[in-house]
Design a protein around this ligand. Structure first.
Ligand code: NZQ
Ligand code: ZN
Length: 383
C-alpha cells in the first residue's frame, strides 16, 4: 500500500426531510448566498424547501449556473457576493452548481487579476469563504470532496484544495426523483468510472480498498437498473446515491494508484462538443482500457472475475469479456460508447489533440505514458 494522509471534514446529512435542518446549520451566518442552476429546483419544490428552512436568516440568491459551469457566469456571482457582503455560500444543485460554487468561494478571496489562474496554474489558494450544499443530482461526489471543474473558453479544467470541502452536504434522495432518466444514467456511469479510475491501475496490495471499490461497482450494477425502471424507488435510489458519494469522497482512493486519464480526455469532449460529462467517460474508458490492457492486466482480470463473474482461463479473452460486459452495462442504461454515436469522426480527434497541444499537455495515466499520440489511439479505438 502507498503512504497516505486522509481527512474528510464534510458533515453529511442523508435522507428524507433533512433539508429542514438548514435552519440549524446556518443559524450563525450573517448573509448566505444560495447558488443554483437553470431552474429545476423551482419546479420540483426544492427551492421552496430551502427558503422555508432559511426563515429568519438573511440571504441573497444567484441562479443560472449552467451545466459544466462557465467562468463568465461564476464571475457575475462573485461580484454579487462581494457587493452583498456574503459570508456563506449554499449550493443547491448537482455537480455543476457545487463545483461553480467552489470556484466562487475561492474567487471572492483571490487577490490576483484572474481567479481562473488558480485552475490553469494550479496555484495553492490560501483563503476561501465557507460553502455547504444541498445535492440534487448524484454523480460527481462534489458534495463530499474538495474538487471543482470549471470551463473558460475551450479549457475545461479541474482543481482541488482542502479549503473547498463543503462544511456540510444534505443528500435527500427524494429530491432526485424529478431527474430525467438521462441524468440518472449519466450519474451511474460517472460514479462507475470514478471507481475504475482508482481501481483499474496496477496492484499495490490493497485488498480492503479493492473490495470497497468492487462493492460500489456491484451495487451500481444491482441498484442502477432498479432506479432506471422506477425513478421513485426510494431504497434503490438511496443506495445508488450513496454509491456516487462513496465513489469520490477519498475513501477508496487512499494508498492506491490512480489513473484519471479517462476524465482528462473526457473533459475535452465536453469542452469541444458539449457532450454530458458522464457520457464522455463511457466513450473513452472502454477504448482506454483496451489500449492500456497490458499495463493494467492484473486488475483487469480481477475486475472481470469479481465484478462480472467471468471465469475464462485465456487472459486476453477474460479481459475483453470484462470490458464488453461493462459496455453492455452502459448500453443497458442507454448511454452510447462511441464517438460515432455523436456524429464525430477522425477530424474531431485532431481537434482534441490541437486543443491539448495549445495547453502544453504533458501526459496522463498511472505511468504518465498517455501522451498526445496515445490520446489519438484511444480516440481512434472509440470511433
Ligand atoms: O440547472 P438545473 O435546472 O438545476 O438542471 C440540471 C442540469 O441541467 C439538472 N438537474 C439537477 N438536479 C435536478 C435536475 N433536474 C431535475 N431534477 C433535479 N433534482 O441536471 C442537469 C445536469 O446537472 P449538472 O450539475 O451539470 O450534472 P452533474 O452533477 O453530472 O455535474 C457535472 C459537472 O461536474 C463535473 C463535471 O465535469 C461537470 O462539469 N465533475 C465534478 C467532479 C468533482 N467536483 O469532483 C468530478 C466529476 O468527475 C466531474 O468532472
Ligand atoms: Zn466524473
Amino acid at each position: 500500500m502507498l503512504n497516505f494522509e486522509f481527512q474528510n471534514p464534510v458533515h453529511v446529512l442523508f435522507g428524507k426531510g433533512e433539508i429542514a435542518k438548514l435552519s440549524h446549520l446556518l443559524k450563525n451566518k450573517k448573509k448566505v448566498m444560495i447558488t443554483f442552476g437553470g431552474g429545476s429546483i423551482k419546479k420540483n419544490g426544492v427551492y421552496q424547501q430551502v427558503v422555508n428552512a432559511l426563515e429568519g436568516i438573511s440571504f441573497v440568491e444567484f441562479g443560472g449556473i449552467e451545466p459544466n459551469p462557465r467562468y463568465e457566469t461564476l464571475m457575475e456571482a462573485v461580484a454579487l457576493a462581494k457587493k452583498e457582503g456574503v459570508d456563506f455560500l449554499l449550493a443547491v444543485g448537482g455537480g455543476s452548481v457545487i463545483d461553480g460554487t467552489k470556484f466562487i468561494a475561492q474567487a471572492i478571496c483571490y487577490e490576483g487579476s484572474d481567479p481562473f489562474d488558480v485552475y490553469r496554474k494550479r496555484l495553492p489558494i490560501t483563503k476561501a469563504i465557507e460553502l455547504g450544499s444541498v445535492l440534487t443530482l448524484s454523480a460527481t461526489g462534489s458534495e463530499m470532496n474538495m474538487f471543482t471543474v470549471v470551463t473558460k473558453g475551450k479549457d475545461k479544467l479541474g482543481y482541488g484544495h482542502p479549503l473547498l470541502y463543503p462544511k456540510f452536504s444534505i443528500i435527500d434522495p427524494t429530491v432526485m426523483f424529478s431527474l430525467p432518466k438521462k441524468q440518472v444514467a449519466n450519474g451511474i456511469v460517472d460514479a462507475f468510472v470514478h471507481v475504475t479510475e482508482q481501481y483499474l491501475t496496477y496492484p499495490v496490495n490493497t485488498p480492503l480498498q479493492d473490495r470497497i471499490a468492487e462493492g460500489i461497482l456491484l451495487t451500481l450494477l444491482e441498484e442502477g437498473p432498479k432506479v432506471m425502471s422506477n425513478l421513485e424507488d426510494y431504497d434503490a435510489r438511496a443506495n445508488m446515491v450513496w454509491c456516487c458519494t462513496m465513489a469520490l469522497n477519498g475513501i477508496i482512493g487512499v494508498g492506491v494508484v490512480h489513473d484519471w486519464a479517462t476524465h482528462g480526455i473526457g473533459h475535452e469532449l465536453t469542452a469541444l462538443q458539449g457532450i454530458d460529462h458522464g457520457r464522455t467517460l463511457a466513450v473513452v474508458l472502454p477504448s482506454l482500457l483496451r489500449v492500456q490492457k497490458d499495463k493494467k492486466k492484473e486488475k483487469l482480470l480481477q475486475f472481470a472475475n469479481r465484478v462480472f463473474g467471468i471465469n475464462e482461463s485465456d487472459e486476453n479473452k477474460a479481459i475483453e469479456l470484462g470490458i464488453k460486459a461493462m459496455e453492455e452495462f452502459f448500453h443497458s442504461l442507454e448511454v452510447p460508447t462511441t464517438l460515432g454515436d455523436y456524429g464525430l469522426d477522425r477530424s474531431f480527434i485532431e481537434e482534441v489533440k490541437e486543443n491539448l497541444r495549445s495547453r502544453q499537455f504533458g501526459a496522463l495515466g498511472e505511468h504518465q505514458d498517455i501522451d498526445l499520440e496515445k490520446v489519438g489511439l484511444i480516440l481512434e479505438g472509440a470511433l
